[in-house]
Design a protein around this ligand. Structure first.
Ligand code: NAD
Ligand code: TYD
Length: 356
């Protein structure tokens, strides 16, 4: 079969990247998918178990900061689409150790942009309609008060080392469009949840702790608000933007599901109590909730106005928060081996097992 597209997905062993590759392999049987991932602590090859045998698929273990590898890969594979997920993604880690965020999120994105520029704008490249889609976050816009929503024109006001590094990469991607005409697209999305999320983020952490009788740490007063989006909806939006989006444009993606952290945590506890019965202690899981010291510089509220992508591309989320959280809890319950191998670190041995 003729290969229509040769797509490089960076960070495809992470949470959203793995969900995205699963969607691509299911939907785009005539695309060649090259997954490049460094396999940091957040990269887990098990996230792609069952789909990696596909002939459409190739895995490359590499660092996006390695310019030689990136440039050679563009030539070797004649890459014409890039979807760039690879990043350090956890705000708490960016507070305790920002250096890796600067390196991967800023230097890594720059390195990837250079590789695309050298390949696509070199004059010898024979493909057409190349596209570089940079996956970013709503956190670049800063923190909202009780009202208002982020639109595509909201000025950047990042406040954590994570969001500052992502904002910086967004600026670089835009600069390559304005300066070199590199065909870029940017998506700024709200908080995702769903299968394969590393259990340091709120939802999978609460699942794991409440299943094992550990405290559920709530930062500050627990009234911080996030706009939650089911990961498959995000992945579908990325495909729409990649294929139909206007070059040079950024698109906000959100779930229209604003929830306070405390609401999210109690809901998960209650669903688990219902599905699995009360724990051995006999006490409802919500009693594990423990208020702890607040995160430094904690952003109060995020909320996305996703009307532009709906008007322009017809995308809107399909999964409500209630459905999505139920599906997510079911997935974690059915995949406790996955959670266990992440917690005990055995997932990191998977590369040797698969690739020697
Ligand atoms: P994740 O931390 O689960 O996965 C990141 C992946 O990138 C891992 O597989 C890791 O091994 C890989 N990686 C890290 N550094 C690398 C490097 N130097 N070279 C190659 N690979 C490297 O992240 P995620 O939650 O899946 O997020 C993916 C992207 O989406 C990120 O860019 C993030 O900023 C963005 N985003 C995430 C959310 C969210 O709620 N999780 C929301 C909006 C945007
Ligand atoms: P998180 O999942 O880390 O995503 P982000 O910081 O990118 O929004 O956190 C979501 C919200 O939950 C955020 O307001 C911080 C809060 N939180 C807790 O209260 N306790 C926790 O243990 C964690 C990890 C997060």
């Amino acid at each position: 079969m003729e290969t229509k597209r040769r797509i490089l997905v960076t960070g495809g062993c992470g949470f959203i990247g793995a969900n995205f590759i699963r969607l691509l392999l299911a939907q785009k049987s005539d695309w060649r998918v090259i997954n490049l991932d460094k396999l940091t602590y957040a990269g887990n090859l098990q996230n792609l178990e069952g789909v990696t045998e596909s002939e459409q698929y190739r895995f490359v273990k590499a660092d996006i900061c390695d310019a030689d590898v990136m440039e050679a890969l563009f030539v070797e594979e004649q890459i014409d689409f890039v979807v760039h997920f690879a990043a350090e993604s956890h705000v708490d880690r960016s507070i305790s150790g920002p250096a890796a965020f600067i390196q991967t999120n800023i230097v890594g994105t720059f390195t990837l942009l250079e590789a695309a520029r050298k390949s696509w704008l070199s004059g010898s490249w024979r493909g057409n309609d190349p596209r570089f889609l940079h996956v970013s976050t709503d956190e670049v816009f800063g923190s909202l008060g009780d009202t208002g929503m982020f639109t595509e024109t909201t000025p950047f006001d990042p406040r954590s080392p994570y969001s500052a590094s992502k904002a910086s990469s967004d600026h670089l991607v835009n600069a390559y469009f304005h300066t070199y005409d590199l065909p870029i697209l940017i998506t700024n999305c709200s908080n995702n949840y769903g299968p394969y999320q590393f259990p340091e983020k709120l939802i999978p952490l609460v699942f794991h702790n409440s299943m094992t009788g550990k405290e559920l740490p709530i930062y500050g007063d627990g009234k911080y608000v996030r706009d939650w989006l089911y990961v498959k909806d995000h992945c579908e939006a990325i495909v729409e933007v990649l294929v139909k989006g206007k070059i040079g444009q950024s698109y906000n993606i959100g779930g229209n599901n604003e929830k306070q952290n405390l609401e999210v945590v109690t809901l998960i506890c209650d669903i688990l109590d219902k599905k699995t019965g009360l724990p051995a202690s006999g006490a409802p899981r919500r009693e594990l909730i423990t208020f702890v010291k607040d995160r430094l510089g904690h952003d109060r509220r995020y909320a996305i106005d996703a009307s532009f992508i709906k008007e322009q591309l017809g995308w809107e989320p399909k999964v409500t928060f209630e459905e999505g959280i139920e599906k997510t809890v079911d997935w974690y319950l059915a995949n406790q081996d996955w959670v266990g191998s992440v917690i005990d670190g055995t997932y990191q041995k998977y590369y040797e097992k698969m690739y020697g």
